[in-house]
Write a protein that binds this ligand. Structure first.
Ligand SMILES: *Cc1c(COP(=O)(O)O)cnc(C)c1O
Length: 409
């Protein structure tokens, strides 16, 4: 889009921000299914390698379909924000094959052996294992604390000079715990540490971590950004454009975690309806949470839109709406959890989140079945806990399905 016509709304940005034009006047972003890009002359090849000509060179290093997705996500995360220079914030995004691939680029691209990452105990399982298994083997250590307690954050930073990065995930899975991005970033920046935020659950429409001075934002685009459950993907965004274009890009292409043109295309289409979808997801989620909170078979609802939730105040401060993810504990425990899941008629039994349909899972019998029961409970995952990504179906049908399944639970 031209600088002379600044877009004022986030849907306009999602639909028009990437100014990619193509010689064939295709209305939608073409799927550039090509592993390499040709040169007319030796001089042109040389200009491209030197960076004077931005045309693509080789598919692992970049592809025009990826660029459209990357520019769109960068514009969404930067929307309405100003940089340190007082000008509109500029971000650089790198699209990856998966969230895990983007996370790998983040950790290996910024840290070295002997460095430590400080993070919160309620982390996405894949991130937790990547840090404690894979990164640990490279000599990059991880310290896990409860980052909701700012005193613990301050103490950890003071006592361990090897901490180089603070990695925040908020809201976090499956307890929907919220970490105060502004407060934690302030503590980390007093010591010049790198701050990264996993913004997958919130999306840039609900929460913009760059507002608080963080360095990197990460998304599993598999979830709400794609929005339709059609492709796996991940993105890493940074505000140090030079660092992103040189070192981080280099690590990304050497690690080989590139996306593919078809998945990137699906993402470009999905993102256009982000605002519409999120409004409906969040509206439905609030109704579901209120219905469940008063239900006699439910012991507890974790949803940060409810004033009873420990993350309510923090989420009000940093999120536009409380999001579409929640969990709730059935009084009947493990067996009730299984009976409830089996009785659902419309809601879909599946892990993942951020799709148009309502997805429901039972961590104790599924994703967290491998954990010791005491550990699972310590992490806030009791036997009867149900994790739910509320979809955009009509609310009456979601409530009717939950109501009839709860009768059988
Ligand atoms: C899904 C997810 C990831 C990992 O992303 P993939 O696309 O599955 O590799 C990381 N963080 C969060 C919060 C997620 O939900």
């Amino acid at each position: 889009m031209s600088d002379t016509f600044p877009l004022t709304g986030i849907s306009s940005v999602a639909i028009h921000a990437s100014g990619h034009d193509n010689a064939d006047y295709s209305h939608l972003t073409p799927i550039y299914a090509s592993s390499t890009f040709t040169f007319d002359t030796a001089q042109q090849g040389s200009d491209r390698f030197a960076g004077a000509d931005k045309t693509k060179i080789y598919g692992r290093w970049g592809n025009p379909t990826f660029t459209v997705a990357e520019e769109t996500i960068a514009a969404l995360e930067a929307f309405g924000l100003m940089g340190d220079d007082g000008k509109p914030l500029q971000l650089k995004a790198l699209l990856h094959a998966s969230g895990q691939a983007a996370m790998t680029t983040l950790f290996l691209g910024t840290l070295k052996a002997g460095d430590t990452v400080l993070s919160h105990f309620s982390l996405y399982g894949g991130t937790h294992e990547l840090l404690l298994k894979v990164m640990e083997q490279t000599g990059i250590h991880t310290t896990i604390i409860d980052m909701r307690d700012l005193n613990l954050v301050e103490e950890a930073l003071k006592n361990d000079p090897s901490i180089k990065m603070v990695h925040i995930e908020t809201p976090a899975n499956p307890t929907i715990q919220c970490v105060d991005i502004e407060a934690v970033t302030k503590l980390a920046k007093q010591r010049n540490l790198i701050v990264s935020v996993d913004n997958t659950f919130a999306t840039p429409y609900l929460q913009q971590p760059f507002k608080y001075g963080v360095d990197f934002v990460f998304h599993s685009t598999t979830k709400f950004l794609n929005g339709h459950g059609t492709a796996i993907g991940g993105v890493l965004l940074g505000k140090d454009l030079e660092l992103m274009r040189t070192h981080i890009w280099k690590w990304h292409v050497l690690l080989g975690g590139n996306s593919n043109p078809f998945d990137a295309f699906l993402l470009t289409q999905g993102m256009k309806t982000l605002e519409l979808r999120m409004d409906r997801h969040c509206h439905n989620a609030m109704e579901v949470a209120e219905f469940l909170e008063n239900h006699p078979k439910i012991a507890l609802v974790n949803y940060n839109g409810l004033p009873s939730h420990h993350g309510h105040a923090v989420s009000l401060k940093q999120m536009r709406y409380p999001g579409a993810l929640m969990s709730y504990d059935l009084k009947g425990g493990l067996e009730a959890g299984k009976r409830f899941i089996d009785a659902l008629q419309m809601c879909v039994r599946a892990v993942s989140l951020g799709t148009l349909d309502t997805l429901v899972s039972h961590p104790a019998s599924m994703s967290h079945a491998g954990l010791k029961r005491e550990d699972r409970i310590k992490y806030g995952i009791p036997d009867g806990l149900i994790r739910m990504s509320v979809g955009i179906e009509n609310i009456a049908d979601i409530l009717n399905d939950l109501d009839q399944a709860l009768k059988k639970a």
